[in-house]
Design a protein around this ligand. Sequence first.
Ligand code: G6P
Ligand code: ZN
Length: 612
Amino acid sequence: LFANLNPSAILFSLPKIEDMVTFKITRVESAPIDGQKPGTSGLRKKVKVFTQPHYLHNFVQSTFNALSAEKVKGSTLVVSGDGRYYSKDAIQIIIKMSAANGVRRVWVGQNGLLSTPAVSAVVRERVGADGSKANGAFILTASHNPGGPNEDFGIKYNMENGGPAPEGITDKIYENTKTIKEYLIAEDLPEVDISAIGISNFSGPEGQFDVEVFDAASDYVKLMKLLIKLLCYCFRSIFDFQLIQKLLTSPQFTFCYDALSGVAGAYAKRIFVEELGAKESSLLNCIPKEDFGGGHPDPNLTYAKELVSRMGLGKNPNSDPPEFGAAADGDADRNMILGKRFFVTPSDSVAIIAANAVQAIPYFSSDLKGVARSMPTSAALDVVANHLNLKFFEVPTGWKFFGNLMDAGLCSICGEESFGTGSDHIREKDGIWAVLAWLSILAYKNKDNLNGGELVTVEDIVKQHWATFGRHYYTRYDYENVDAGAAKELMAYLVKMQSSLGEVNKIIKGVRSDVSNVANADEFEYKDPVDGSISKHQGIRYLFEDGSRLVFRLSGTGSEGATIRLYIEQYEKDPSKTGRDSQEALAPLVEVALKLSKMQEFTGRTAPTVIT
Ligand code: G6P
Ligand code: ZN
């Protein structure tokens, strides 16, 4: 189906070998550069670091070497990203290195733009004009980190299943960066025009090499709208677009989507406006920019300021907010969901999607295999899983840990507290999917109310959920860019404290007598149930007798210093007590966490940089 509808199919015709531009392979001598260890989600550094001689080249060659020459030769690779500053140069470099390493063809989204979920969809589902399928992808993004000449760039490799490379591969890449001696590049390959859809053919010492530039939005839109799992199932849509359209075009419903000047803007107009009938004025910051308009493209209450005030929250709240608002991060895999004057925590969001999936989302109507969350994500999802008798998994932070579960057919819906939600339709979290999931739930709950009845709102849905399942009060404190040594010491101190819980409980009682005792404390360790691999040191947990939790973790996505994350959670089952302000409800636990960790003593910080 993709091949039939692929615009490039029309352009495709076999080139004559003598017409093709030829290129040579150059071996360039290089040497290891420190600090190329991929983090939670690829290698992220300041642009100035990436533009050092050989820096990007070393990482790309180390990746090719980690995949092994036999796998790289003849392969098809997707190379694209969120369009941030330096992407266009990086794409040309990767094309030249791909050619030299024997890659058969490179697919590039028009203008180098593909959201992270779209790359995953393209790797899994797209069939090239000549019947080819992708073997992997370089995704060029630093996700939610700011972009521009003085900001961040990033690169990560995704595998044939469309998901991020597992630790086995990223460890190998890192080892290779420490011993690299040379890289291969086709220096004389002309620049490819990535602004125009079409195929360029070249001829190298090992045969033909093609670069195909394709429409960035069409495959992804089709995936969302029409089909999934071509081979395993019959045609089946993920969402009921007609039902969502009824909601979005109803005068009773108002909608707002903020792409924060990231790549989600490339899809928003096509999906929300052209396919689903939302008004164009509902789109905010939907033109992708290489510096994200100077903003921080992270969809949370701190950075998505314009949306937050439009939704009637924060400073300068709008007096007549829309019913529903959402935002995405730079590469469009994250999402924030808001109702009118109402914030939905990501932990609640995934729980609510799971609780309503079978009724409201056709993709899950007969097949909700199981659910999973990352360790620091609240236990709201656990309660739903228990209630619905669903398989449930708790994995370390990082979407890559969900991949094996999905590939093994163990899990359909996943979520993380870090504003990531998604399903097994692809192997990345998916910001637009999350919005469509929420719109589906709203459309389903309101299908009889759109002729003037009273609307069931986002707030109603969340409150109803709390009434049924209880509420997990939740907040996260981030201490960004703290001294890396101080952060390590704080973590080491917290681990040491775990061996004397008596002491810990004495400290707690000295701070707040109304906080319950710590019953258990550990460092989270995960054994992958599919491949048996073990991931250690995945966050420090203090588990309280009443089900509350404190979790401390060092971020794996920053590019400077260290970021300490403190996750605070408390479960309230009593429906008469689920309506409190969350910062107020959690204040005692916060106080305990700060004292117990000696946050101020170790970091010198009196307050976090971001609270979500
Ligand atoms: C990226 C990953 C997520 C992960 C998040 C955590 O967005 O794709 O899977 O949850 O980073 O980031 P952190 O900064 O907490 O390591
Ligand atoms: Zn992202």
